[in-house]
Design a protein around this ligand. Structure first.
Ligand SMILES: [Zn+2]
Length: 190
């Protein structure tokens, strides 16, 4: 997983506080002007991991309803797809066995598995950009990925979903390894 580009800004007005925020693909870390290089290094690492944790907890407002999902699609289309991807129907559907989401370009419709209601917002955004891009290019050829790559965290989102999928099927394998069914003795993970 690639580290994000970091820009450190020193401020004379800052005495103690350090803060960080994401600006596109870059992370900006604000530190007091007098901080030493060693402290700077430590704080940057600390702020990156804090930012990562808080973003991983943050769910998308799109999880609330089909209308919220459609609104998010409109925003993402405007931001990454030149507002060219305009679906007629976007909705949440019951978890699908093999798919996170699907798109039917002929009907201009997008269905998103409710499994994705609990992933971080930036992961759901990737899936939406992916499905929206299918309204422009149906298959998974280079022209398709050229659109999707405009979403800055594409690689990380793909990695996240692969991990989630692997974890889920590993869980299923373990759940099936005893006969007859026994109560699950493992502590709940979360
Ligand atoms: Zn696809």
């Amino acid at each position: 997983m690639a580290e994000p580009e970091v820009e450190v800004r020193r401020s004379k007005r800052r005495k103690q506080t350090v803060s960080a925020y994401r600006d596109g693909e870059k992370v900006v870390v604000l530190i007091p002007a007098r901080m030493s290089r060693a402290e700077e290094k430590r704080w940057v690492a600390d702020m990156l991991s804090r930012l990562e944790r808080s973003e991983t907890r943050r769910r998308s407002p799109a999880r609330e309803s089909d209308a919220a999902l459609a609104a998010r699609c409109a925003q993402l289309s405007a931001e990454y797809l030149d507002a060219r991807a305009v679906p007629d129907v976007v909705r949440w559907v019951a978890p699908m066995r093999t798919r996170w989401a699907s798109c039917t370009p002929a009907e201009r419709s997008i269905r998103v598995s409710r499994r994705l209601q609990d992933v971080p917002g930036w992961v759901l955004d990737y899936v939406l950009v992916h499905e929206l891009a299918h309204l422009l290019v149906p298959g998974h050829g280079p022209r398709f990925w050229k659109w999707v790559q405009r979403y800055p965290r594409m690689d990380r989102a793909i990695g996240y979903l692969e991990g989630l999928s692997a974890a889920a099927s590993l869980g299923l394998d373990l759940a099936d390894d005893t006969e007859p069914d026994e109560p699950d003795e493992e502590g709940a993970g979360d």
